[in-house]
Design a protein around this ligand. Structure first.
Ligand code: ZN
Length: 255
């Protein structure tokens, strides 16, 4: 009996080698759920899948439902996002986005905003300078956390709900485990680190500003990296481990 097939538009998040010449693709489908499919022969140089199944490619795919893993039957390229593979800095800034999407998206759990925001940020990064690529990456990582129910509290104390003044030059206690900033009276309740108010202002700007505005707005590399460190602390506290590609970004010396 022929296997049932289905079609989907999806973003390639990750490729894992399988056997001699196959790949397992981790895909983020348009409804925000995660799919995994085998691209048979995709590692052979002449395979028509080879160039269409690179990370950050958006494809219209036809898959057959398999017993354990689905099988990719056809793939038509919708967007290649070439710059994100050819430019080292852009690639390093985009990698944590793909890694966090792979960690947060779930099989059979629709979350369309994950796909929509990924499309917008990858398009924006495609034409951005290195400085703005880092800012866009930080913004998307925060938005992915927010869409997954892990939006950090940046302007009100995460413990008691009192507004916290983000005064210029101030350093405020931030609890990654608690998921946000703490006021003076609550700072002892949770393990916290001191974070510059400016970093929290940038994080708030990233969470509340569309990507095209971020791409054209101001960008400060050290502020973006301070926010990326905040994201790493949140990832460690809430999804069990740090993001490897962020660790690479911090230590690679690319920026
Ligand atoms: Zn408080």
């Amino acid at each position: 009996m022929a296997q049932p097939t289905y079609s989907l538009r999806a973003l390639v998040l990750r490729r894992t080698k399988l056997g001699e010449s196959d790949l397992i693709l981790t895909l983020l489908s348009e409804d925000g759920s995660q799919k995994r499919a085998v691209a048979k022969g995709a590692r052979r140089p002449k395979s028509s899948f080879a160039a269409r199944t690179e990370p950050f490619c958006v494809i219209d795919a036809l898959c057959a439902t398999g017993r354990s893993l689905d099988i990719l039957k056809e793939a038509r390229l919708v967007a290649a996002h070439d710059v994100l593979r050819c430019n080292l800095e852009a690639s390093a800034a985009a990698a944590p986005v793909a890694e966090l999407l792979a960690r947060m998206s779930q099989r059979d759990l629709a979350n369309p905003r994950l796909f929509q925001s990924a499309m917008r940020v990858l398009d924006a990064m495609d034409g951005a300078d290195d400085n703005h690529c880092a800012a866009l990456s930080a913004a998307e990582l925060l938005k992915i956390l927010a869409f997954s129910g892990l939006r950090p509290s940046l302007e009100v104390c995460v413990s008691c709900g009192e507004p916290v003044a983000l005064t210029e030059g101030a350093r405020l206690p931030f609890s990654a485990a608690g998921g946000g900033v703490l006021c003076e009276s609550c700072r002892g309740l949770d393990e916290s680190v001191l974070v510059d108010a400016g970093t929290l202002c940038w994080a708030q700007y990233f969470l509340t500003t569309p990507f095209d505005a971020i791409a054209e707005g101001p960008a400060d590399l050290s502020a973006s990296f301070a926010v990326l460190h905040l994201v790493q602390d949140l990832a460690r506290a809430h999804i069990g481990s740090s993001l490897k590609s962020l660790e690479f970004l911090f230590t690679s010396g690319l920026f």
